[in-house]
Design a protein around this ligand. Structure first.
Ligand SMILES: Nc1ncnc2c1ncn2[C@@H]1O[C@H](COP(=O)(O)OP(=O)(O)OP(=O)(O)O)[C@@H](O)[C@H]1O
Length: 267
């Protein structure tokens, strides 16, 4: 089948003191092609570990996983990653950053130029191709990171808290951009965030994970991402289901944090 098939994946880290951490235990997930999936959960529940396994940066200790029917055995350009901080090449122009992947693959320069122009326009940076990275704001740098990822034409875009370092207004604009890119490109997008509102807006499906061991605690199918494409996201937050779902998830995570910290109701 197309998309990710994740069968019984576990990841146990051995600690120097002889102990073990079950970062993930028995994860079973199918992520279909073109799906927009957000992942939330308290610190330490295994979100980044899961993303790193999907990216092929880490090998699970148990279980198996395929993407479009083929086993995932290491990193590949079919899976692109966008980090919280763009991890861009500071010494190159915006255009060179975006064109880096295709250049490494030996794509002819004229083709690279056309691709870069198209991507600059998709991420709203038409006039910035010749700027250096350090001349850009944080929000613009994340746009470049997205464009650079798209330049490799991955099947799947993995995002680890990509908007976490941005101010509220820029973050809102970037959320709209992620929805636009999802609709325009039909890519599978998997996004980790610490923001419940962001997970609601940027997930057709939302997974809430729980720690000790890291696992999927609850799954939601949500209408907001589809409604949010081309719309004002502040209006989407007024949807009758938005606030109750947000509060339910906040309580869920709050209770997990309490459990982790060993707090009780009357503490
Ligand atoms: N290389 C490692 N060696 C040992 N333990 C690790 C390693 N990487 C992660 N862990 C542990 O695995 C668990 C899950 O970590 P992970 O970073 O995946 O969680 P997370 O949900 O992404 O957390 P956060 O929201 O704080 O980024 C944690 O207890 C963490 O300490």
């Amino acid at each position: 089948m197309s998309g990710f098939e994740i069968n019984n994946i576990s990841m146990t880290f051995a600690l120097p003191n002889g102990g073990k951490v079950e970062a993930l235990k028995n994860i079973n997930l199918n992520i279909k092609e073109g799906e927009l999936l957000s992942v939330l959960g308290p610190s330490g529940c295994g979100k980044t570990t899961l993303l790193n396994i999907l990216a092929g940066f880490l090998a699970q200790t148990e279980g198996a996983m395929t993407l479009n029917g083929a086993p995932v055995e290491g990193p590949s350009s079919e899976r692109g990653m966008v980090f919280q901080q763009g991890a861009l090449f500071e010494w190159m122009t915006v255009a060179k950053n975006i064109g880096f992947g295709p250049k490494m693959k030996g794509t002819p320069q004229a083709e690279i130029n056309a691709k870069v122009d198209e991507l600059l326009s998709i991420v709203g940076l038409q006039d910035f191709g010749e700027k250096m990275i350090y001349e850009l704001s944080g929000g613009m740098q994340q746009r470049v990171a997205l464009a650079r990822c798209l330049a490799n034409d991955p099947d799947v875009i993995l995002m680890d808290e990509p908007l976490g370092a941005l101010d509220a207004l820029t973050r809102e604009k970037m959320q709209s951009l992620v929805l636009d890119i999802w609709k325009k490109t039909g890519k599978t997008i998997i996004l980790i965030t610490h923001s419940v509102e962001e997970a609601l807006l940027l997930g057709e499906r939302l997974l809430v994970m729980a720690p000790r061991p890291g696992r999927v605690h609850k799954e939601y199918a949500l209408p907001f991402a589809e409604l949010g494409v081309g719309a004002d996201l502040r209006e989407i937050k007024q949807h009758a289901e938005f606030a109750p779902t947000r509060d339910e998830i906040l309580n869920m995570i709050w209770n997990m944090e309490d459990e982790i910290m060993g707090r009780t109701e009357d503490a």
